[in-house]
Write a protein that binds this ligand. Sequence first.
Ligand code: ZN
Length: 208
Amino acid sequence: MPANRIFCIGKNYAEHVAELVHLGHSPDGDCVVFMKPASCLVEEGQPIVLPRDRGAVHHEAELVIELTGGGRDIPEDEALDCVAGMTLGLDLTLRDLQTALKSNGKPWELAKAFDGSAPMGAVKPYLEQDLQDIRFTCHVNGQLRQQGHTRDMLFPVARQIHILSQTWALEPGDLLYTGTPKGVGPLVPGDEIVLSSPLLGEFAWSCA
Ligand code: ZN
């Protein structure tokens, strides 16, 4: 299915929210919704070209959901009917820039929606597997950086779809980055990133 819009959920794992507070972000007790254009996607095997001279670029490993569509006002208990597939991806973030934008009350696009900011693995069809029982890891140069379990989401996938559908008519090919667990950290050119999940497979990228 061709990619349409990329919706992203922020602040969806408590321990990651805690590490953001440690980085100077203020806690506000809610999830955050933001978007990236589909032109940000980086398929597996393509290089991730990191932005230069704009501060730290952090990896955020996330479960990514592909939607069949579904339209407006989808009840939470019907939301999983809109799931077409799933994979892993990276919500790359210019962290220093994001911190500055947030503290000035400005939007996040410059820090979140830059070219190359959405590496995404190949999509597996959704066959009613339990989306809240998916383990995944992010290794950088062989070192474990992030280890997540989707049962720890503050807003489960069905509720995220419900929330999005209150603002947007969901369309086929819409993608949903579902938030990152703790362990985010900087990437530098030459880094090798591997996202892995027993259910979803293994996906690798090199940073340039
Ligand atoms: Zn994220």
